[in-house]
Design a protein around this ligand. Structure first.
Ligand code: NAD
Length: 439
């Protein structure tokens, strides 16, 4: 269902009318296309305090392909190194750095603040670094014009190189629908892969890939050079085969809840999997008082239990190669909860629990990272079926005043899947335009 309001506000009379009525004015987002793979303009590199990370950030920023400057009239991106801000007074430097330049950021621009984790043993540093979170989330809500703002926490003993893939993602059109997020990187990348390019030559399997977000994930991973296997229920075989043919992928018609699902996935990838994307998901909404046990069970089974089971079986069978990436799909409903979705929200919150717990262990034991995307309102067949008023509310109740596209989620998955995203582990990235629901 096309977003007609977004279209209307893109016209001069529509802009005039919505401004007069005080209605939201969503800006068209700067998304990745083959012709526009980068932001158009320089990247402003600012510092607040004495950086607490090792040298080399400038070099890493240069890998974004943007011209890095310390002064720029109209930057397309701004990186503020605030890792050295360790006191309430030091926060003045954050204001001093960004206040003069925030208005000059180009439409659709990106701001990334770099911090370090709040320290348990130093409550002044912890207060100052936690303050950055409130700062970033507020700036994301007020900045407008399709611009986004994030906080990336680097481990105090880490190197800026570990943040490379994250900065290249956040400072590019690929992160158009991600805003107000906090990403915490780990110190050491498990099995760092020297080639920092996309997952070329790697094997990726995406569940629920016949249509919607899953088909888009498969398409973006194929764009990035992966050999892709697309999996969906046998009932969706026609769509699945069409998707596979379009992408040069292999179709695997299989119900992910089947007892032999992991074994069949492993058999479909005899050289092992490098990327496993748990995307298949269902909703069976009812308020708890009206919800029969089988609706509850179906949702937990598809969205959570089969994710846990196949992950465990594939890891213990050694079917995930070292340097591998597991990406699961949560939802903002799993963070904020939703009326009529106790089953769905429980399953998606469960996915978040799985990712946070398994991430560090999977890295240590298998050299594999485990992360999740938590989509907000994404324009798919699932959300097109939502009644008009609820759909409109869902679209507008975020800092970017519009729904996301499947490609927005797919780009986030592709960032987790990168060989050089080893420092990104146990993270849940909301792809929700900074939805008002949840934190
Ligand atoms: P969709 O319904 O369009 O696609 C889901 C796919 O999963 C379908 O092709 C379906 O056949 C497949 N699937 C369902 N059960 C399966 C099973 N047992 N085995 C194999 N495949 C199965 O949904 P979508 O909107 O593309 O959502 C994809 C994922 O993103 C889901 O996990 C969903 O919960 C999550 N999500 C979506 C949104 C949104 O706004 N669309 C928001 C938050 C989270």
């Amino acid at each position: 269902m096309a977003d007609r309001y977004l279209h209307l506000t893109g016209t001069a009379p529509g802009r005039f009318l919505t401004r007069r009525l005080g209605l939201p004015q969503p800006a068209p987002l700067r998304r990745w296309t083959l012709a526009t793979p980068r932001l158009d303009g320089p990247l402003l590199h600012l510092t607040a305090g004495t950086p607490a990370i090792r040298d080399g950030l400038g070099k890493v920023l240069a890998t974004t392909g943007l011209t890095v400057e310390e002064r720029a009239a109209r930057p397309a991106g701004i990186v503020l190194d605030a890792t050295g801000v360790a006191s309430a007074r030091g926060l003045a430097e954050v204001h001093a750095a960004l206040h003069p330049v925030v208005r000059s950021l180009a439409p659709g621009g990106r701001i990334v603040v770099l911090g370090t984790p709040p320290a348990v043993e130093d409550h002044h540093q912890a207060a100052a670094q936690q303050a950055l979170e409130g700062f970033v989330r507020s700036l994301g809500k007020e900045i407008g014009r399709g611009a986004t703002v994030q906080l990336v926490r680097l481990p105090a003993d880490g190197t800026p190189e570990a943040a490379g893939s994250t900065l290249r993602f956040l400072l590019s059109p690929r992160s158009a629908y991600v805003s107000g997020q906090v990403i915490e990187l780990t110190a050491a990348a498990p099995d760092p892969v020297p080639d920092r390019s996309a997952p070329a030559g790697r094997t990726a399997l995406v569940t629920g890939a016949a249509r919607g977000i899953g088909a888009s994930v498969a398409s973006v991973l194929a764009r990035d050079g992966a050999r892709v296997i697309v999996l969906d229920v046998p009932g969706a075989r026609d769509d699945l085969v069409r998707t596979a043919d379009r992408l040069g992928a292999t179709a695997l018609p299989l119900d992910i809840t089947a007892p032999d699902a992991a074994a069949r996935i492993a058999a479909a990838a005899p050289d092992g999997l490098d990327v496993l994307v748990h995307n298949a998901g269902i909703t069976r909404d009812r308020r708890l008082a009206n919800m029969p046990a089988e609706r509850w069970a179906q949702v937990i089974e598809v969205n959570l239990d089969s994710v846990l089971r196949t992950t465990d079986e594939l890891l213990s069978a050694g079917a995930l190669n070292r340097g591998g990436r597991i990406v699961a799909t949560a939802s903002i409903a799993g963070i904020a909860g939703n009326d009529g979705q106790t089953n769905y929200a429980a399953s998606k919150a469960g996915v978040i629990g799985l990712v946070r717990s398994l991430g560090p262990r999977a890295a240590a034991e298998h050299g594999v990272t485990v992360n999740a995307v938590a989509p907000g309102f994404i324009e798919t067949r699932m959300t097109a079926a939502v009644p008009f008023l609820i759909r409109e509310a869902g679209r507008r109740m975020n800092s970017l005043s519009q729904g996301g596209l499947p490609a927005d989620v797919a780009e986030a998955v592709a960032w987790f899947a990168q060989p050089d995203s080893g420092a990104v582990n146990g993270q849940v990235l909301r792809v929700c335009g900074q939805s008002l629901l949840g934190a």
